[in-house]
Design a protein around this ligand. Structure first.
Ligand code: ZN
Length: 150
């Protein structure tokens, strides 16, 4: 005898893994973790500065290998407010919180990150912000806790 009722088993899987960032991202996260420096990579041909770093210029296809120390301060170019809790253990902040694209000074591309120490209804495009680094850094993008108003 069969049933069309689905048989559902709830559980958790433990999945150990490691992720190799690659040469460029490894250096980016190492600088972030060890020196609280946000590093970009500059195109020797057109001078465009990318953050996070990449190996090829999207504008002129040049090979990128010149590291530059970009500022930890920048400008919010766009943002969104998160109101929905979809996975409390995986969300970095309690709702509502904001996430934005920050154009760091001396960089030509934006960095997507959290916006903190501000009420979501006070955020605006063009707002000046600065990185707040965690005391205990682990070599990932959340070594920057969030960006706060300058
Ligand atoms: Zn270029």
């Amino acid at each position: 005898m069969t049933s069309n009722t689905p048989y559902i088993v709830e559980g958790r899987l433990f999945v150990p893994y490691f992720n190799y960032y690659g040469a460029l991202a490894s250096e980016f996260y190492r600088q972030l973790r060890d020196h609280k420096k946000i590093m970009g990579i500059k195109c020797p041909t057109c001078s465009k500065v990318y953050i996070p770093p990449r190996s090829t210029c999207a504008k002129c296809f040049g090979n990128l290998n010149e590291w530059v120390d970009v500022s930890s301060k920048g400008t919010v170019t766009t943002y969104t407010i998160i109101h929905y809790t979809y996975s409390p253990s995986n969300q970095p902040m309690d709702v509502p919180y904001a996430c934005g694209i920050i154009q760091l000074d001396r960089a030509d591309t934006g960095l997507c990150h959290l916006l903190g120490e501000m009420s979501p209804d006070k955020i605006s495009v063009g707002m000046r912000v600065e990185a707040v680094f965690k005391d205990q850094r682990q070599g990932n993008i959340l070594d920057i806790k969030y960006f706060r108003p300058v």
